[in-house]
Write a protein that binds this ligand. Sequence first.
Ligand SMILES: O=C(O)CCC(=O)C(=O)O
Ligand SMILES: [Fe+2]
Length: 312
Amino acid sequence: MTEFTEIPVIRLGDRPDSEIAADFRAAYGTTGFGYVLDHGVDPALIEAVFDASARFHALPLEAKMQVAVDRSHRGYIPINSSTDVNSTLADVTKPNQSASFMMMREDAAADPATYLSGPNQWPDLEGFRPALEAYSAAMCDLGRRLMSIALQAAEITDTSILSAFDTPTTWLRLLHYPPQPATSAGDLYGSAPHTDFGCLTLLVQDDVGGLQVKTPAGHWVDVPKRDGTFVVNVGDMLNRMSNGRLLSTPHRVINRSGRERYSCPFFYDPHVQTVIEPLPGTGTPRFEPQIFGDFLRGELEAAYEAHKPVRK
Ligand SMILES: O=C(O)CCC(=O)C(=O)O
Ligand SMILES: [Fe+2]
């Protein structure tokens, strides 16, 4: 694998997809991360989501606990309630030092046959729901465009997998990281080293910093805020679909800035019933087929208190 020292920039604008796909291949075949510029998303939508996040996290704990995360993974995830125990990247024993609000796809009702389906839980906060819904809709449009570019970048010839995103699995996570003491233990993380489990992550962050990406040689490269960009990275499912051509790179967050940090990742993934496997055009398959929902269940049950299997 090729060593890297910085995160590449990919400009969208109105360039032809074939040109963007070439840049995408160069970036995601080596770093797995990129700054996406000229993406066309209204900055007012991004500002509104940060404002909504700050107002939510400032609520009293009781108000946040009224929308505590449910079994369909929607709502408030308090600090010290998730641990990346499945991580093969670090010996993780301590829970992540962050709290978050999770919005997923809005379904009218939970369908017992569809893992993680259901309506969102909304706090009683003026303007919160419309801000998140407008942002999520814009991220779905951008996610779809980037998925199509990613398939081209991986030289996938049959693009019928895009229909798995007609009813996508989406996760908008409003994260709040309190400052960690400068002297905190080396294995205490805002977010422990991990790879993202889906297809594409589109992240906006404030200017506090703390996100780092691991290079093949084991160095950690800072990913600071760059105005007007999304940090976009490839997750495990797109890594498998591309038969390893696009990389799902380990990353972590340590907030030793002394300030509170806010970030808003949006995860753009296929429907849970999608079979994930190396797609035509990518050579001899290096991965076994797997149903996305089965994979997710394993990850969520291992990491989150709210998902531990109920004992009967
Ligand atoms: O907060 C960040 O900058 C990154 C968060 C992250 O990696 C995640 O939620 O998967
Ligand atoms: Fe991540």
